[in-house]
Write a protein that binds this ligand. Structure first.
Ligand SMILES: [Zn+2]
Length: 270
């Protein structure tokens, strides 16, 4: 269990400005399904969507209907990263809403504008700050919602369990830097709540990020020890270090092991 006693349920209003519409794609990797976030300033008739989710017509229409029921029109779509469970529905969603799609990866954009570190989105009086958080993937971003003391983390921090470093695109050194950047936001940036891409909202952002940092450090130490004991192949390290992890998660864990081995080699630790 992550710190912050996460609420067991997913979906619905999470903060004053953020509403979650849960996509119907649950799995061991996506937990309850993808959280599609609708963000709007109180009193504004414009909303921003973060991660339309998979290409599921019913879900995409449900997101539009949820905005409309609150008297709002969707004006902009943002992506935390390009994995299909977050981004596959973006093109269809843009068609349905007539909105541009902004992402770090130019291949995912629809319209003129991209997204870069330090960009501030100001749709309908809202303020969303773009926080670069590579590591899960190289194109991963978080979005800080200062007015609600919240940060939307995509797959960088999940509402349950831990995430994977999707080697070779995702890199462990980047991921640790990104977690430290998020930690800083929780220490001196006013961030108290995590609105993740999967799983429940976390009310103790600092505790969750520090749990993630400790978990990664622990796994890294286990991998380092395994290699020092002569376990040389990825399979051997997996069997030794991830023996406690459900087998269905092994393909993802294997990518994390590869990322950890790269990191240890690059730092001259093995
Ligand atoms: Zn992902």
């Amino acid at each position: 269990m992550l710190p912050g006693a996460p609420r067991p349920s997913v979906g619905g209003a999470a903060t004053e400005r953020a509403v979650c519409v849960l996509a119907p794609n649950p799995s061991p990797m996506t937990l309850d399904g993808t959280n599609t976030w609708l963000i709007a300033e109180p009193g504004s008739d414009l909303a921003v969507v973060i991660d339309p989710g998979p290409l599921d017509e019913g879900h995409l229409r449900n997101v539009v209907a949820t905005a409309e029921a609150a008297g709002r029109r969707i004006a902009l779509t943002l992506l935390t990263h390009g994995h299909p469970d977050h981004a596959e529905g973006a093109a269809r969603f843009a068609e349905l809403t007539g909105t541009p799609v902004r992402a770090l990866d130019p291949a995912l954009r629809l319209g003129e504008e991209g997204l870069a570190a330090g960009d501030v989105i100001t749709t309908g009086g809202l303020e969303l700050r773009v926080v670069p958080t590579p590591g899960h993937t190289s194109d991963s971003l978080c979005f800080q919602l200062p007015a609600d003391g919240a940060v939307l983390t995509g797959d960088t921090v999940l509402g349950r369990g831990t995430t994977m470093v999707a080697h070779p695109d995702g890199r462990l050194g980047d991921y640790l830097d990104s977690l430290r950047r998020l930690q800083e936001l929780t220490v001196s940036g006013g961030v108290e709540t995590i609105l993740p891409g999967h799983g429940p909202v976390l009310a103790d952002a600092r505790g969750a990020v520090e749990f993630y940092l400790a978990h990664r450090a622990g796994r890294l130490a286990q991998v380092e020890t395994a290699v020092e004991q002569g376990l040389l192949t990825v399979d051997e390290v997996m069997a030794h270090v991830y023996a406690d992890v459900d087998r269905v998660l092994w393909p993802a864990a294997e990518l994390s092991v590869r990322a950890q081995l790269d990191y240890l080699r690059e730092h001259g630790l093995i």
